[in-house]
Design a protein around this ligand. Sequence first.
Ligand code: SF4
Length: 387
Amino acid sequence: MTELDVTPTPLALLMLGRQSDAASERGVDCPGALPPASDPSLVERAREAKAALGGKVFVLGHHYQRDEVIAFADVTGDSFRLAQQAAARPDAPYIVFCGVHFMAESADILTGPGQHVVLPDLAAGCSMADMATFEQVEDCWDQLVEAGVADATVPVSYMNSSAAIKGFTGRHGGTICTSSNAQRALDWAFGKGTKVLFLPDQHLGRNTAVRDLGLSLDDCVVWNPRKPMGGNTVQQLQAAKMILWKGHCSVHGRFTVDAVIDVRARVPGVQVLVHPECSYEVVSAADLVGSTERIIKLVEASPAGSKWAIGTELNLVQRLANAHPDKTIVFLEKTVCFCSTMNRIDLPHLVWALEELVAGRIPNQITVEPETAAYARQALDQMLALP
Ligand code: SF4
């Protein structure tokens, strides 16, 4: 038998909603009694609980959430817009974040001490964020020091990362970025150093570096945290401009070039619009690339009769299609692509969280340890200060 070239994942793999693992947001029991999903009074219960809480609660809904949850959101948006919105409501003691764990952490970092951030289901994690653990990233940095390249390297971390990774980024003088400002973040970082360690989404890093900054694919190396030196030689690390962490989004990673070719044949005149978390090959085959907010704006601004094939999370694509019946809007892949962790938050969890707050209990509060929060805040503030 040959030995497999793998090492065990540092995160315990648990069944969603069963058992608990404090080091990961996956597989966490709900501490209360959830109402059944079939309960016909759920909508009414959510409405009543929200009305009882009044201005004390502010409900945030990420674009990828189900319609039944979005119906109760005070504001919808991408992860950064939602964190900003939470910070802009210092009068609301309870922020119910209908998104995933890293987003609730960012909201906790950006909100005041009297505010409590609640994630209705602790199993709503993000597989991409889980692909870069603090220990792995610290180990990577130690090896970059060993290779003599750390001094020239500036960390740039995508918003879709844990608070611990954001803290690492701030501690090493780096910045956070979103899919909307990744180009500006890289421009800033290359004004400060000669290399970037981009965490944790290799695709956003590669797409931005090559397509927006004009670097070549050869300027990029991938850091595999399971291999010594990330699977690179010291010479390769010295020559590289972009060190891309080997992480990806399990939703956007599923779109293929074949799907682009197929939809062009099926829908003549279609414009293919994809998210930059898709692979370089898919983005290159598409007509347009854009963050979630840009995708929404492009579709909204397009004339009646426009035809779009969209490569992003299915809930958002379906909502766009429903909102624009005068346009043809199709999902890029043939297979279903929901974000399964984002979809952990459903109406029963939202009702449970709101009713707990009405009862004077704070369920599933997300808090970031103060030292990590301070460094993470530095990296987030650096992003806000980007030119
Ligand atoms: S869509 Fe991808 S990046 Fe976004 S929360 Fe889901 S797994 Fe994470």
